[in-house]
Design a protein around this ligand. Structure first.
Ligand code: MN
Length: 227
């Protein structure tokens, strides 16, 4: 296909829109029958690292030494670590691991997983134990009273985790209630649907498969489009 030099992807000082047509795949150290698309990391200004791993059956990779969050986009994987029984994770399942757990992900069938890694800053010296969960059985809460925007909080609301991971569901036409500007930075993987994202002074059409990084204080807003 001829792209004639055009893409929706855009890299700005305070945000990145990373669309699938621009993804470059390469294995990270320790990967076997697997490859990675690194979306965000210290090299581009983020304080965390986020990447998507594509695994063949029996493909595997080690998680880094930082705290790690793994979300299965599709397929089935096993998450094994040294102090805990092996966990089978299918689409919508996730695992959070504290630092230094020497965990490995192995695909039971071809799979895609989203991985977030971030140095852990222990609050009051507390380092939580590993947890697993299922996004689909996580209760949804309306955002600021708007039933058309649902938030599912995947990690406990506890500063000991030193990060948050949420899924958000917008009904057609639903929008964020305000343009947000805040100190927290975000990674965002769009799992379904489409809409318009405001990032800084840019408005982008976005759809499933896109990744977005928002730096601290990047003005941000989203409206869902389509059915
Ligand atoms: Mn935000």
């Amino acid at each position: 296909m001829q792209h004639l030099g055009h893409t929706r992807s855009s890299y700005q000082r305070d945000h990145l829109l990373h669309t699938p047509d621009t993804f470059v795949r390469a294995p990270l150290p320790g990967m076997r029958n697997a490859t990675a698309i690194v979306h965000a990391g210290p090299a581009m200004g983020a304080g965390f690292t986020q990447y998507t791993v594509e695994l063949e059956r029996d493909g595997s990779f080690p998680l880094g030494k930082a705290q790690s969050f793994v979300y299965v986009i599709d397929g089935v994987v096993n998450c094994a670590e040294n102090k805990c029984a092996e966990n089978r994770l299918s689409a919508g399942h996730y695992a959070w691991l504290p630092p230094d757990r020497a965990a490995h992900i192995t695909a039971a069938e071809p799979a895609r997983v989203a991985v977030i890694e971030k140095p852990h800053s222990a609050w009051n010296g507390v380092v939580p134990g590993p947890i697993t969960g299922d996004e689909r059985s996580t209760p949804a809460k309306p955002m600021l009273g708007d039933e058309a925007v649902e938030v599912r909080t995947l990690l406990p609301d506890d500063p000991a985790f030193d990060c948050a991971v949420n899924t958000m569901t917008f009904q057609p036409g639903a929008t964020l209630p305000m343009v947000e500007i805040h100190i927290m930075e975000h990674g965002l993987l769009m799992l379904e649907g489409a809409g318009i994202y405001r990032l800084g002074e840019h408005w982008y059409p976005v759809k499933a498969g896109d990744f977005i990084w928002m730096a601290p204080y990047c003005p941000q807003w989203f409206g869902a489009l389509g059915k």
